[in-house]
Design a binder for this molecule. Sequence first.
Ligand code: NOJ
Length: 758
Amino acid sequence: MKKQILALLLTGFISGTQLSAQQQTIHPDLEIENKIDSLLRLMTLDEKIGQMVQYSSSWDLTGPPTDADNAKRLQNIKDGKVGSMLNVTSAKLTREVQDWNMKNSRLKIPLLFGLDVIHGYKTIFPIPLGESASWDLELMKKTAEIAAKEASASGIGWTFSPMIDVSRDARWGRVMEGSGEDPYLTSLIGVAKIQGYQGTDLTSPTSIAACAKHFAGYAFAESGRDYNAVNVGIHELNNIILPPFKAANEAGVLTFMNAFNDIDGIPATGNKYLQRELLKGEWGFQGLMVSDWASIAEMINHGFAHDKNQAAEIAVNAGSDMDMEGGVYEFELQKLVKNGKVDVKLIDDAVKRILRVKFKLGLFDNPYKYSDEAAEKRNVYTKENLDLSLEAGKKSIVLLKNEKNLLPIKSTVKNIAVIGPLADDKDSPLGNWRGKADPNTAVSVLEGIQNYAPKGVKVNFAKGAELSIGERSFLRPMTLNQTDKSGFEKAVKTAKEADLVILVVGEDAFQSGEGRSQTDIGFAGLQDELIAAVKKANPNVVMVVMSGRPMDLTWSDEHIPAILETWFLGSQHGNAVAEVLFGKYNPSGKLTMSFPRNVGQMPIYYNQKPTGRGAESTEVTYSAYRDSERDALYPFGYGLSYTQFKYGKIKLDKTTLPKGGNINASIEITNTGKVKGEEVVQLYLRDLVGSLSRPLKELKGFEKIELNPGETKTITFQIDEKMITYFTANQKWEAESGEFKVFIGTNSRDLQESSFTY
Ligand code: NOJ
């Protein structure tokens, strides 16, 4: 087995076109399978290949396309030679396009419309990295459910979400789309999202297909540069990168998306081990695998295929079922089948997977189930949805520092200065990958403060400086303001006159997201200078950081008394921030990515492995930096509250974990402060000696609790074999005997400790 996997990783794909035994026996829904088989028998090769083609729309509501290329595409839709489209939205347009297909094509196989509904459709929720800081799985399921309810009314039956790439490098702009650095937490969040999107009845008009992406390794791009090569070993792949995908499959996710990167030289899109052997074989995945945007064709740029013809051959053999806007399958598969390079059985397998998703969603019963103009009016951007966005927003905020209890804002504060380039920004809070949000529709921090400030409190605003100049867009890089300081004077004056300054700084929404890698994760433009000038004018500064990634906050941590990480919280951003500032909501968010002390520490993550030279020494010969601490500024799991929690000692009901049994690990937590608060109690384990070097800590459980002042609760975690099982040196999932440490506490650094054996 071990040799086989290694060989597959090294060679990319094994030759031959036989489907594994498992693949042929994984179809539980017989009725659907019979329908698929009957339909498949009627299909010509052209029609089969058509199902494997996905077009993106550049069309809008003004009418059908006019240029030649688009006209040809329109004809293909009419001829039943397209399986899916992305970026066609609105009930009206999706109905129109579905009509072209249903009224003209021979077999009338419904189109499936997809879109990147990443953190909301029109009502925007916090970016996923932010929302993950809530550690509230029910909430995350609910926001996905509402996103699906809105998107589905506008014709969308498929979201390319959740992104469950475990991310350790804040230079990579797409960390905003994921749930941070921990495989266990990412798995649970991924499952919650899938359940939210897909619901309990796939045929319901509000259930849409979810997509587990990017399979696999995309977040491990070398040096955090998007699309870059990935080099991980088989153990790291299995123990860190793959668990969320396995969990997604077990949760019944209908689709997967592969990835732009190569892993150890083999592009994910052409990776037969990952897609066909592991996912569709060993794990028994029944759904469809869509390529990432043009990632089949990009195997030519990778130097893995000579031309589109070979790229198509590699991709289809490897198990990429649908070609997203790639223009490869459409033109190459016919030839490949005819000349015997691709077995038609593989085409059939891909088509069956695509049809299966459409059948499961009930599209054959009603191809228009998602295109409902009345539901679109009724369900989209409602007060109820915006209320949920506010709830998710406030639960995602992380209090990083609160010296002298500057927060919540005291009743003695009568004059608040709101300063900073992002303070009155109504667009950035929507974040990147903002679905179909209307630009500039978020509540700004300034508006939020104005909404919540008690009567008689003056709120004065000064921007200080613009962050960027000119156009900001999803596609193009922006130009930073490096010179115009004309607003500084007013900012300094406003700060001087105030009792308290709320300084809103960080990143523009379009500084993170796809293609937004950075070598500097500090404050861009003139912000450093502005921060220093404002702090000099008035030391009572609360820094409100808006960002899509962990930023370098080392200077701020030293000089600014209070810091809130607010991410991009979506439609209700400013109100959520104001609820925390004024103490209407006691912050409970905990980081799911470590905040580094400087960019040079990247990648940094709490579950690192020990080294041979770990212990600090007065000599230089231990694993450290000579110019920086080695640990994170704010570690994974960290976040403060307006109250304090005291942890007792861990009590184990036994010190040996029996085979097939468990150990109860209990701990008392007391709210020793003056206000009610929520706490995320975290359980970590360490396997001291293994067949592989094991991480210093691994999150294995958590519970979010609420405590009144003075209240104590006992939390008990059940430690079992599953928690110590990992992909061992035998390349098997096993629990190895030995000694283990148990840690329970408030974050990955501040923990109580005990131990057991197995
Ligand atoms: C490329 C991105 O990598 C992927 O995540 C996204 O779903 C597709 N484009 C479609 O927009």
